[in-house]
Design a protein around this ligand. Structure first.
Ligand code: GAR
Length: 200
């Protein structure tokens, strides 16, 4: 535990895990005072899961295929609760959470999305931005609720869309900002939670 009470964070991911890696690096470099208490993937072959295992973090796959949403979320909660995370951070976790999950961690779930919400929620946010011809997009860290990429916004970064951008170019420019904004939003939220706890 760090200087500010419970600073444990759980990470949920489904794939590459570059946001997880950025958070891990921020901790390792002493920029973010937090401890990754567990990493869970819904897909067994997620690169992020493999990295977490290599680095000796508590990491597991809870496969979601063919499972009822509420039942799946109950399993997730069951796996997470013993770690008592102050925050659950969705990092490319490509599933909508049910009320079961949100109720278990009220105002304790963060998500990152590669657009300036409420614009372009859901899949392929960067392609949606290009299709609409917006000149500015970006990324958003927000508290997750039962909706798709909805809930109170914590931090955003604006990113210009440049002439000739394709989906890859825009995604890379946004991702660079994702990697810098997520750990800052986590630090900010952990500090807020601990200040609130100190009040009570
Ligand atoms: C990130 O761009 C993240 O913002 C996005 O998935 C990618 C995961 O990359 N999330 C969403 O679109 C949520 N609706 P990563 O696995 O390398 O962190």
């Amino acid at each position: 535990m760090g200087t500010m009470g419970n600073n444990k964070i759980a990470i949920l991911l489904s794939g590459r895990g570059s946001n997880f890696v950025a958070i891990y690096d921020a901790i390792r470099r002493g920029k973010l005072d937090a401890e990754i208490c567990c990493v869970i993937s819904n897909l067994a072959d997620a690169t992020g899961l493999r990295l977490a295992q290599e680095w000796g973090l508590p990491a597991l796959c809870i496969p979601s295929k063919g499972m009822d949403r509420a039942e799946y979320d109950r399993r997730l909660v069951e796996a997470l609760k013993p770690h008592a995370p102050a925050l659950v951070c969705l990092a490319g976790f490509m599933r909508i959470l049910s009320p079961v999950f949100i109720a278990a961690f009220p105002s304790r779930v963060l998500n990152i999305h590669p657009a300036l919400l409420p614009s372009f929620p859901g899949l392929h946010a960067q392609r949606q931005a290009l299709d609409h011809g917006v000149k500015i997009s970006g990324c958003t860290v927000h508290f997750a609720d039962e909706g798709m990429d909805t809930g109170p916004i914590v931090m955003q970064r604006a990113v210009p869309v440049l002439e000739g951008d394709d989906e890859n170019a825009l995604s890379a420019r946004i991702l660079e900002q994702e990697h810098d904004v997520y750990w800052r939003a986590i630090a900010h939220t952990l500090a807020k939670i601990s200040a609130k706890n100190a009040e009570n």
